[in-house]
Design a protein. Structure first.
Length: 215
């Protein structure tokens, strides 16, 4: 019951407008079923093959979010079922998602990942390229851009984390004035989601605080 207790504990602190994604990467189906039985319906994975295998064997009312970096050649493997793709950071990827969405007769919701951390390893679009990408994305109607996503630096410096989230939140509010269809701001993970919520996050991605640490 530990997993369901963890979920209830987190949800009890969230406002209604904040979505909780249970990040289930590397976790066995039995863990996901325990989360599912406690009412959790949104799960996040970072590898398409693992997500496809879980989608095949788990209840079909689960919404699967792809939260990891996406290679264009892998999009076809999730296009029939993925609910939201978080880490879109190029026009090339938008074109491929649109192509695969058309093949599956659906529209796929996506978030643009903005690079807010100073670490070189983080993926994401530089802030100054966002508007150009949003303008270009309009030409691909089977892709629906629903908002922005960002990952803060991996650090114990809460002030640094807060300043990065604040920066993304400010960008989100500014860009929403022109693109009113943007409604999701996905930021915050197990160690920093409280700060992210403070700064305006509407979607948090929580793994270890639900399922325990990964091996």
């Amino acid at each position: 019951m530990k997993i369901s207790n963890n979920i209830q504990k987190i949800k009890s602190t969230l406002s209604n407008h904040i979505s909780l994604i249970a990040v289930s990467k590397t976790k066995p189906n039995s863990d996901l079923i325990e989360a599912y039985d406690s009412g959790q319906r949104i799960f996040g994975e970072n590898k398409i093959q693992e997500m496809s295998e879980k989608w095949n064997s788990l209840p079909k009312d689960i919404k699967w979010h792809m939260i990891g970096h996406v290679q264009t050649n892998k999009v076809k493997h999730m296009a029939s079922f993925v609910s939201l793709i978080h880490a879109v950071d190029s026009l090339k990827l938008i074109k491929e998602i649109n192509k695969q969405a058309l093949k599956n007769n659906r529209t796929i919701d996506c978030l643009i990942q903005i690079r807010i951390a100073e670490e070189e390893t983080k993926f994401g679009l530089p802030e100054n390229q966002l508007e150009d990408l949003l303008e270009s994305a309009v030409a691909f109607p089977s892709v629906k851009i629903k908002g922005l996503m960002g990952m803060a630096s991996f650090t114990s410096d809460d002030l640094k984390v807060r300043s990065e989230f604040k920066k993304l939140s400010k960008l989100f509010n500014k860009i929403k004035e022109k693109y009113s269809n943007l409604e999701i701001l996905s930021m915050g993970m197990s160690d920093d989601y409280a700060i992210a919520i403070d700064e305006g996050s509407t979607m948090i991605r929580v793994g270890s605080k639900i399922f325990g640490n990964r091996n």
